[in-house]
Design a protein around this ligand. Structure first.
Ligand SMILES: *Cc1c(COP(=O)(O)O)cnc(C)c1O
Length: 419
């Protein structure tokens, strides 16, 4: 195992990871070797609760028999075929199920891609191309919010409002405008709004900003504002989709139906990279003529294995009545977090469904306090990652009440250890 760790440090480069510290002599990377339910096991056989759903992707726990079976069944037929020029049954069944989850919405078309960033870029490109070829070439600007996060590819990153994640880039290839809140939009005059192609937002809660909640009602007010001005609304539900906030999709809590709905992370239950951009018949109809075709796609668009995993994910939602189990878990998490928020070392606790951000009050002069607390939490059997000084707690929806308590307790103990 030591050899493996040496090799790992010699060969690999990790996302969002300062590599000098990673490769330092005294850092031993955790190699995760197996998992069951909400528990992950490392190279030494130690087990941990998956406190951030394996970077916000896992839904029904790991090694779930239904999703495993769905993938194995597909694997016995064919793993991947091109979606350019061909189709297949899992993709069709999945689209029918997805549209069926939004019965009262005009979202009627499904475009597959591979990850959250591509789901976003796809929506942005559809929106821009739609206006350009349907008589509104002036509508060329995409509005996003301060502290937004929509992914890391250049196109998605240019919508981001978190400087750290924007890298050295600025805005790539299309005009963007960042606003701090809805008031700024509402104070715009026609001269300004007639240039807007779309507004993009993470509904209810901004994830990478450190789990920041939007005020209740903001989403529906934004939706009406957009509708009145003929501006598209793009909802980034890459994090919030698939039950994370208590409903299947966050937008359902304010009865909002966007022009584009972007899904990824939990789409396959945390099994395979797969994404979808849902849109309306109106948008689809703007691409009918041959010279208006949407020339966009990726090699693995509509992956058969990905579709099979996503179908398995939705099957578990039905069979285990996952959404019905959420209110008591959300309530339980709220009660447990309440204990944390009373600690002097905690500045604020924010929660939306089964998503929580525990903002710490770091002792002065100490850097990367959130990271230190998360490292300490490993000793108490919890794996999660901070965003700055906010510890993220986002348990898989399948987490039991007891496991939720254990996760919060691990954070409480870590805070006490380092107090
Ligand atoms: C993770 C995330 C993305 C990007 O998804 P990737 O699959 O990492 O490209 C986009 N938007 C939100 C809200 C996310 O949380």
């Amino acid at each position: 195992m030591t050899d493996l760790v040496e090799l790992e440090k010699q060969l690999l480069w990790h996302p969002f990871t300062p590599m000098q510290a990673w490769c330092a002599q005294d850092h031993e990377p955790l190699l995760l070797t197996s998992a069951q339910g909400c528990k992950l096991v490392d190279q030494h056989g130690r087990s941990y609760l998956d406190g951030n759903s394996s970077i916000w992707t896992n839904i029904h726990g790991h090694n779930h028999p239904t999703i495993n079976a769905s993938i194995k069944n597909q694997l016995g037929k064919v793993a991947h075929t091109s979606f350019l020029g061909f189709s297949h049954e899992p993709a069709i069944q999945l689209a029918e199920k997805l549209i069926g989850l939004l019965p009262n919405s005009p979202l009627k078309r499904v475009f597959y891609s591979d990850n959250g960033s591509t789901a976003i870029e796809c929506a942005v490109r559809m929106a821009l191309q739609y206006w350009k070829q349907n008589g509104h070439p002036k509508r060329d600007t995409i509005v996003s919010f301060d502290r937004a996060y929509h992914g890391d590819t250049l196109g998605a990153a240019s919508l981001g409002g978190i400087p750290l994640f924007k890298g050295s880039g600025n805005d790539f290839g299309y005009p963007t405008q960042r606003v701090s809140n809805l008031d700024v939009l509402q104070s715009m005059d026609t001269q300004q709004t007639e240039h807007l192609a779309a507004v993009i937002i993470e509904p209810l809660i901004q994830g990478s900003a450190g789990m920041q909640l939007w005020p209740r009602g903001m989403l529906s007010a934004l939706s009406s504002w957009c509708q009145k001005r003929n501006i598209f609304l793009i909802l980034d539900e890459v994090m919030t989709g698939f039950g994370r906030t208590g409903t299947m999709f966050a937008c359902q809590q304010e009865e909002v139906s966007p022009d584009f709905l972007c899904l990824a992370k939990g789409f396959t239950g945390g099994y395979l990279p797969m994404a979808a951009t849902l849109t309306t018949t109106r948008v689809f109809d703007g691409f009918q003529d041959t010279d208006k075709t949407f020339y966009y796609g990726h090699s693995y668009t509509g992956s058969q294995l990905g579709c099979a995993a996503a179908l398995g994910n939705l099957q578990v939602f039905e069979e285990e009545r996952t959404l019905d189990s959420l209110p008591s878990k959300i309530e339980h998490l709220r009660n447990e977090l309440d204990r944390l928020s009373k600690k002097a070392s905690v500045r604020e606790v924010r929660q939306c469904g089964l998503i929580a951000g525990i903002e710490l009050s770091p002792p002065s002069m100490i850097e990367a306090w959130g990271a230190k607390i998360c490292l300490q939490a490993r000793k108490h059997g919890l794996l999660t990652r901070p965003i700055g000084n906010t510890v993220v707690l986002m348990p898989p929806l399948a987490t039991s009440l007891k496991e939720i308590s254990e996760m919060v307790e691990a954070i409480a103990l870590s805070l006490d250890d380092l107090a």
